[in-house]
Design a protein around this ligand. Sequence first.
Ligand SMILES: *Cc1c(COP(=O)(O)O)cnc(C)c1O
Length: 390
Amino acid sequence: MNQNINSVPFARPFIGEDEEAAVLNVLRSGWLTTGKQAIAFEKDMASYINCSHAIAVNSATSGLHLALKALGIQPGDKVLTSVWTFTATAEVIRYLDADPVFVDIEPNGFNLAIDEVKTKLNEHDIKTIIPVHIGGVTCDMEQLTDLKARHAFTILEDAAHSFPCHNEKGQYAGNRGDIGVYSFYANKTITTGEGGMVITNHDDIAEKIKLYRLHGINKDAFNRYTDTKANWEYDVTVPGYKYNLTDIAAALGRVQLQKAETFRQQRQSIANQYNSVFDQYDFLTCPPNGEGNSWHLYAIKLNLSKLNINRNDFINKLKEAGVGTSVHYKPLHMMTYYRNKYGLKDTDFPRATKAFEEIISLPIFHGMDEEEVNYVINSVLSIGKSHYKG
Ligand SMILES: *Cc1c(COP(=O)(O)O)cnc(C)c1O
């Protein structure tokens, strides 16, 4: 094997000539913003995952905001989620002046702990639960759905990591609760640069989301400008937002969508290669697997009792070796805003607090070649071995 490389980035979008051609077509078409491509992208997505409504938005954050709005979240309402997530999941709760109720993660995974959810449901009047399918491992939707039958809450899936994760029954993560939201941010499993998609099977919710997505205007700009009859007139029925997806982005997304399963399979095979080597070493733990995992992330946990190096220094050594890494996540109870606003303590979230000291997300992306995978493996092993204390 030729060892020519001396670095591997944390992520690299995979954009082919067909994506380039699709975007160029839009640029030359005379219509750049939300139009035929965005509508077609929504149709493609709805049929891909078999849901009634797919609504394209300019980010998953916008989509989560619209979703909570459509679920009727009011100031002072309580929305439950995990501390182990990106701030977007919780900040949208604050957009509506509602309050997050945080839970800790599972003992051996990074998703919200169901026993903690049960405790909080008894302590608070929870209106909505936002499970986050961390890294592409689907939360226990069966248990959440059971709980939903006994308590009056709605489920909004933060499926930003999850496309196109599905179980053997063909149920897609994101299509298992009342609403689901995918992200097409640059490093997500498929990308439109920036973008997102809201999924729901509720007609009334879909109506509200579409209305709020574009200024609360009662017909969308596309119809307004392309209807054959003179049709300048529109009404505004609510103070909406500017959350629509451009046709430029949608055209890119449509091509990426066709490749999503191929991307997922390559990520799976990279994860398999990592697992097969890393499983032999006790100074680290491989990430949990999940059915139909999209493998957005591959996060190892260092076993610090076996090492004389901490997580930050391990990351620095990887950086010196040219390996891009990240940390998913510094949990939200450690972020100044949430910590101060809600008086959160490390001891309230012992599992997340401990896991945060141990985790490193390694490169995993479509288009990563054998040499790059081996380079990451060798770099991790050589640092681990030279700091091994047994
Ligand atoms: C990326 C991400 C988001 C936000 O997605 P954007 O499309 O960038 O707004 C939300 N939640 C999680 C868990 C994410 O990783």
